[in-house]
Ligand binder design. Structure first.
Ligand SMILES: [Cu+2]
Length: 457
């Protein structure tokens, strides 16, 4: 998908309505989700029974008031996201335009020559429906879940101790097979990809973006990978993170920033004169990387290897805990708190929320007008980038520590008893998905529904 200027995706002017006619030119059913936008639920692009996927050659009209910032669109049908059915969705803001910075959109992907369904089959060793059945029986054999309140009391502040891990695993009810107590370590990078792409190119032939000498740039970086998380590495440059998931934050200065799956970072950079400046995305737990190059006229662009010297650490919440929203929620006590346990593992490969596997889930109910908080506790050995549709939430605690954190739409819950609490105002009635944005976790069950009272199903 390209806009009228030939750029991939869609860029809307300040105040412009999101008025889009979606035409399915593929040979399969599809539906496109406007990630992070806040349309009415029937325009969210999720395959509810009321809003089924589009058949080949079918069209659907969308018309809603967008919110400004760095967003993206992607298929929410099957594994199509892994086939790069994604694009940037940039909604301009008059104040941002007035800064006069050159805008550089960088969309990251993980790429495999293996077909997505074969990748999933390789993870599960069987069909997804068989995985659901088996994982359900595993969960059902476990003791009834305790409330998170019971769990959190003695465990606060010891999220990464061995005791925390052990308790997390045993209480989550998952099989311990394949994970000895001594060998416990977090899992990273479920899939060994053939390439990592920045704007559809590898570092063998990266996009080189012409910038002015001493130019002022706004990077809009989108992690559209299906199953890979990165550290954004500005190299010689120092940047300021000014927005996350489209929502402004008090600037955070640095050179390296974690970027979980589906998240976005707006980073402003003032170039120190002339030169070629790589902006790299370095895969967590790996030496592999991708990126683009910002180059002033006449500068020499040196070839960058797609494998670096040092291995990156797992992506974490080191940035999250430093973020402060520019426009936080009004202070208010929650009317409703939902608690969710993130569970699952590699053997069998299946992932759950409160021990349930999509689509066999119990919706989280709420009412319009409520201030809602959701506490997510991760009992698994993997981090999960959790995305709520239809609402921008504020991060109000990480690992039990209160924050006046970022407003955003996707947040990473770190493994081994990591926790995140989010808050939002229930102001958009409908049926909304809440899921892990690792595509293979979602496809093996890690999704639930947030449903308003009174919505017909
Ligand atoms: Cu996950």
């Amino acid at each position: 998908m390209t806009d009228q200027a030939g750029r991939p995706g869609l860029t809307l002017a300040p105040g412009e309505q999101f008025r889009v006619k979606l035409l399915n030119r593929t040979a399969d059913h599809t539906i496109i989700h406007w990630h992070g936008q806040l349309p009415p639920w029937t325009q969210d692009g999720f395959p509810w029974p009321q809003t089924p996927p589009l058949a080949p050659a079918a069209t659907r009209a969308y018309d809603y008031v967008p919110i400004p910032g760095t967003y993206w669109m992607h298929s929410h049908q099957g594994l199509q996201e892994q086939s790069l059915m994604t694009a940037p969705l940039i909604v301009q803001d008059a104040a941002v335009l007035a800064e006069g910075r050159q805008e550089v959109v960088v969309m990251l992907h993980d790429f495999s020559f293996t077909a997505p369904d074969a990748l999933l089959a390789g993870l599960t060793g069987q069909t997804p429906s068989a995985i659901h059945a088996m994982a359900r029986s595993t969960e059902n054999a476990a003791p009834a879940p305790m409330t998170v309140g019971n769990r959190m009391g003695p465990m606060q502040g010891m999220a990464h101790t061995a005791a925390g891990k052990g308790m997390g695993m045993s209480m989550s009810g998952m099989s311990m097979s394949g994970m000895s107590m001594s060998g416990m370590s977090m899992d990273l990078n479920d899939i060994n990809y053939d390439a990592f792409l920045a704007n559809d190119r590898t570092l063998h032939d990266p996009e080189t973006i012409q910038v002015e000498r001493s130019g002022r740039v706004r990077l809009r970086i989108i992690n559209a990978a299906s199953s890979s998380q990165f550290w954004i590495d500005l190299g010689a440059l120092t940047g300021r993170v000014v927005a996350v998931d489209g929502h402004p934050v008090v600037p955070v200065v640095g050179r390296r920033f974690p970027l979980a799956i589906a998240q976005r970072l707006d980073i402003v950079v003032d170039l120190p004169g002339a030169g070629a400046f790589p902006v790299l995305a370095r895969l967590e737990g790996s030496r592999r990387r991708t990126g683009v190059v910002l180059a002033t006229p006449g500068s020499r662009v040196v070839r960058i290897q797609d494998t670096g010297l040092d291995q990156m650490l797992p992506v974490d919440n080191s940035l999250e805990t430093r973020l402060v929203a520019r426009a936080p929620l009004a202070a208010r006590k929650p009317d409703l708190v939902h608690r969710i346990v993130l569970g699952g593992g590699m053997k069998p490969y299946s992932w759950s929320l409160n021990g349930e596997f999509w689509p066999n889930i119990t919706p989280l109910m709420l009412r319009k007008g409520q201030r809602v908080e959701i506490e997510m506790v991760n009992h698994s050995m993997m981090a999960h980038p959790m995305h709520l549709h239809g609402h921008a939430f504020q991060v109000v605690a990480v690992n039990g520590r209160p924050l006046n954190g970022a407003v955003r739409d996707t947040v990473l819950v770190t493994p081994m008893m990591g926790s995140v609490r989010i808050a939002f105002d229930a102001d958009n009635p409908g049926r909304w998905a809440l899921h892990c944005h690792n595509l293979y976790h979602m496809m093996t069950g890690m999704m639930t529904e947030v449903r308003y009272d009174g919505i017909e199903v």
